[in-house]
Design a protein around this ligand. Structure first.
Ligand SMILES: NC(=O)c1ccc[n+]([C@@H]2O[C@H](COP(=O)([O-])OP(=O)(O)OC[C@H]3O[C@@H](n4cnc5c(N)ncnc54)[C@H](O)[C@@H]3O)[C@@H](O)[C@H]2O)c1
Ligand SMILES: [Zn+2]
Ligand SMILES: [Zn+2]
Length: 360
């Protein structure tokens, strides 16, 4: 039976979010309804509310979630009711030009639910095709990745977006390897995950850059070996000074601003790699001398979702967590209720939290 549940909706650009009763259809072919247990507040949710992603209001926010499968539609065999799952925004199609080339982690045709959830008859746009600041949500079955139920929901959910994006920016996109030097610009949930990923991959120098000393202290707990407050002096020069004048092998931008991208660009060593994981606003532009792009060699990459393959990476990361090798608990600054999401956006803007996680 179609059901009504409480959910956090952004109705108009820049306006505070509100709690609404939304309508969820029964799962159709290839779909699942998931009872949400936890959902982290990611900066991308705030980007949606600010109209920085697109104008398809009203948005059903939340996308960094874990839950229990409640029901599945016709033909679904990958999950069944009762399974503990992390929701992902990369349900690979298996048949696009990228999948056919053996690159499902870059799938160009990822699946979301076909049916729409609605608010008073109006179609909702679920954030990243998920919409999990809600008691329940409707997704494509492929968006459900089954993991060990031994992991706490508020921790497991984080792998569904920011933590995966950051870990993968280091380990997958950036290809960080043992002995590498790495700089991470922006030490929120995503940047700190990039730091944790660099440590897991064996980087020997990990430089954290932020504007906020508290964030830099937290970054050390994830593995930063050096910190730079970007308000104090020239960031690029300070990174060069920490790397024998050379710059880092991998520079990861986890803010989404032209100025931090430029710092990352100039703070890397010759033949180094820049990874952009921060999401820029559509109006942002950047100008670089083309000779510097050419002359330094190396590669300039963007990282969507840490180039992850959920079915491969989520269970592996949960295993590392359960073995005590990946401290995911440290990302959870506070647990909150659905009513507190707007306040959590303010806490994020004020730099008070790494992750506020809604627990239901
Ligand atoms: N590519 C992806 O797949 C993906 C996935 C999730 C999030 N993101 C994006 O990653 C970015 C970070 O997300 P988050 O949740 O960690 O956000 P956050 O707001 O928690 O963290 C941003 C950090 O950047 C710092 N910062 C701001 N301006 C700075 C500057 N000029 N120099 C240095 N540091 C600065 C802030 O102090 C803060 O600590 C966002 O743009 C988000 O949309 C991307
Ligand atoms: Zn595909
Ligand atoms: Zn996110």
């Amino acid at each position: 039976m179609p059901q009504q549940v409480r959910a956090v909706v952004a109705k108009a650009k820049g306006e505070p979010v509100s709690i609404e009763m939304i309508d969820i259809p029964d799962p159709g072919p290839g779909e699942a309804v998931v009872k949400i247990l936890a959902c982290g507040v990611c900066h991308t949710d705030l980007h949606y509310r600010e109209g920085a992603i697109n104008d398809d209001f009203p948005f059903l926010l939340g996308h960094e979630a874990s839950g229990t499968v409640e029901s599945v539609g016709e033909g679904v065999t990958s999950v069944e009711p009762g399974d503990f799952v992390i929701l992902n925004w990369r349900a690979v199609c298996g048949d696009c030009r990228s999948c056919n080339r053996g690159n499902p982690h870059l799938c160009f045709n990822t699946h979301n639910a076909t049916q729409k959830m609605t608010l008073d008859g109006q179609e909702l746009s679920p954030a990243l095709g998920i919409g999990a600041f809600a008691e329940k949500t409707l997704v494509a079955a492929g968006q459900c990745t089954k993991v060990s139920a031994d992991a706490k929901p508020e921790v497991a959910g984080l792998i569904g977006c920011g933590v995966m994006a950051g870990l993968g920016a280091s380990m997958n996109t950036g290809g960080v390897s043992r002995g590498d030097s790495v700089a991470v610009f922006g030490c929120g949930g995503v940047g700190d995950a990039a730091i944790a990923g660099a440590r897991l991959a064996g980087a020997s120098t990990i430089i954290a850059v932020d504007l906020d000393d508290k964030k830099l202290e937290w970054a050390k707990e994830f593995g930063a070996t050096h910190t730079i407050n970007a308000t104090s002096g020239d960031v690029v020069e300070q990174i060069q000074a920490l790397t024998d004048g050379n710059g880092v092998d991998v520079a990861i931008e986890a803010v989404g601003l032209p100025q931090t991208y430029k710092q990352a660009f100039y703070a890397r060593d010759l033949a180094g790699t820049v990874v952009l994981v921060g999401v820029p606003n559509p109006e942002m532009t950047i100008e670089l001398p083309l000779i510097d792009v050419f002359g330094r060699g190396g590669s300039l990459k963007s990282s969507w979702y840490g180039d992850c393959l959920p079915s491969r990476d989520f269970p592996m990361l949960i295993d590392l967590y359960l073995q005590g090798r990946l401290d995911l608990d440290r990302f959870v600054t506070e647990t909150i209720s659905l009513e507190d999401v707007e306040q959590a956006f303010h806490a994020m803007e004020a730099g008070d939290v790494l992750r506020s996680v809604v627990v239901l």
